[in-house]
Every structure is written in structure tokens, then in C-alpha cells.
Design a protein around this ligand. Sequence first.
Ligand code: SF4
Length: 387
Amino acid sequence: MYIPVSTKSYIRNVVTKAGGIYIHVPFCQKRCLYCDFYSTTYGLEWKRLYVSALRREMLSRRSEIDSSRVPSLYIGGGTPSQLPASLLMEMFQAIAESFTFAEDAEITIEVNPDDVTPRLIEALHQTPVNRISMGVQTFSDKLLRFLNRRHTSAQALQAVRLFREANYNNISLDLIYGLPGQTFDEWKNDVDMVVNLGVPHLSAYALSYEEGTALHKMLEEGHVVETPDELSWQMYDYLMDKTADAGMEHYEISNFAIPGKQAQHNSRYWNGSPYLGLGPGAHSYDGENIRRSNNTSLKEYVQATEDVPHQTEILTPRERYDEIVMTRLRTFSGLPLGVLTAEQRTYCLQMAEPHILNGNLVREGDVLRLSKRGIFVSNSVISDLMF
Ligand code: SF4
């Protein structure tokens, strides 16, 4: 439910809370077939205007969280590594003017493999970045070309090598499975490559055909077909087994990490903590019932003289309940029933009962968790528990 409320009331709710920061960098060199994230292919002048506007937004919104002890920063997009080194430096200067990080803060930047050069790494060395997230998606050059990705498999391997040589070992790679025409062996090779590389974190997503994307159009026109469920499950099953053998914890449906290397920032999304989202299209959350989303328009963003154009959403208790169920059940630590009201808890347990009986859900004390079998049907289990 979208209700326009004043920024003041939003600020009242979030002020002084320790919150993570997300910065959306809305630039890509070209668009990948499957992607529905907000980004543009605008050039250098727009990047300059963006960084200036970002500085303004940071200064005007820093009081929405406790800016003196920020626990995590995630710079995503888009493609942050498409900013030239000088603008990256400028962005970090602006961040430092508005925020101070906790000593153990996790500071992540997303990069595209073919942007990773000694020059980029040299620039990152002058920033507090201590975690790298790289969109590899697949090590099959044929599939990379099909997806309109810019990089090759060799460039992805080279990027990991360059980062490691520069002592960036906290690396997360993204993979996608269920790509059109992808065979089980191609997927097996992707997972094996990541495990053999020994990176501490892997995010692996099932391909989804998002409306408005080029891939969705291809599906509608019959140029591609969706991967059969059975093959998707086989791929996911292999992913779970292989990562478990490698000592990685399956801590969220799509995320795997060696102990201690779980994504701190993303975990804030899943456990309902507050975060401040900056940049066009970025979302913020007060940790209770207010969400804000900046408009997905770079033009409006750079032209804003006061508050950035945005929408604010007040969650009803039912919407809040649905969110808690949806996000917490995705995690290995599960849904702690104690976070629900008495009425919600009764409803939740009533809806969960058939799934506990058929083994999709496990109840351990006051926590509900998906079983391994339940993970395969997580969407329907979770939607059954929602209002
Ligand atoms: S997947 Fe990444 S690089 Fe590709 S269009 Fe989306 S944001 Fe840009």
C-alpha cells in the first residue's frame, strides 16, 4: 500500500538507528537480457552529475540512521565499476563527509569482471572497500554471449586472480542457473569452478523472466523456453551438495558462505534491520513499518534540489507479517515465532501445520525453518503462510 507521508515522519522513525547503507549506481555499459534492475547506459557527464547529486542526498539524509557507526555499506547497481577511478574517489570522499563506519564494517562493491584492471584495484585500495561482489553468472562463454554479458569466462578468472594478488580475499561470486539451453553439465562446471576457486561466498539464483526484460519478450515470442522444473531441481540439488562438501553454509536460499563470511549487509535485509538506500531506485527501510523508494529516474535524481523524488510506503500489520515470513523463512536460521504478535503466531502455526506434517517445514522450539525438501517448494510453502 503506497501512502504519501512526509519525509519528516519517516525521519522521526529511523533517526538514531544503526543502519546499513545501500548506494545504487545506475550505470551499465550495456544491458543484459535478463536484468530488470534500474540502470542507464549514459556517459561520463551523467556520471559526474550523479556523484554530485549523491553527495547532496547523503548530506540531506544522513540523519535517518546513526551516521557515526554504520555497520555496512553495499555499493551496487547497475555497475559501480563503470565509474571512472576519479569519480569513485569522489564518491568515497562524499561518503566520508557524511558517514563514519564501525571498525568492523563490511564495505562491499559490485564489479563486472571485465572492468577489473590494476588501475581499478589501485583506486579501490584508497577506499575502505573490504569485500568484492562480482557478477560472473556462468563460466560458459556461449551462455555469456547469449545473455549479452560483456565479459568472458577467462576475464572472470583473471579478475579473481587480480583481486587476490592485491589481497582482496573476501570475494563473492554470483551465478545463475536454469539459463535457456543450459545443460546440467554446464551448471555443474559453473559450481565446480566456484568451489575450486575457493572464494568464500557464492550467490546462486534461479533465472527469472522479469516482465519488461528482453528475455521475457523472447519467452513470450517463443524464442526461448523455460528450464523444466526437474532440471532446475537437479541443478539446485547439485549446488547444495557441492557447496556443503566444500564446507560452505547454506545460510539463505540463494546464498552460501564459508563460516564467518556470510554477507553482513544482505543479512540486514533478511532479518528486518533498518537500512538507508541512496541513489535513483534505491530502497530504504526503517526497521519497523516504513519503506521508501527513490524514483527510478536519473534525470529527476540529478535535478532534485531538495529531497530526491521518492515514494513512501507504510506497511500494514499484515503486510509487515508477510514480509517477516517471506524474508526470515528464506534464511537458514528460520522464522523466530517470537517476533510475531500473538494473533500472527497463531495464524502462522495454523498455516504451517500441514507443511510440518509433510516435512516441508521443521519446528524447533520457537523457530520454523524450511527443510531441505521444503527449500525446493519454498515459494508455495511461504505463500501458504502469508495472509
Ligand atoms: S545484470 Fe548487472 S551489468 Fe547487466 S544490465 Fe543488470 S545491472 Fe547492468
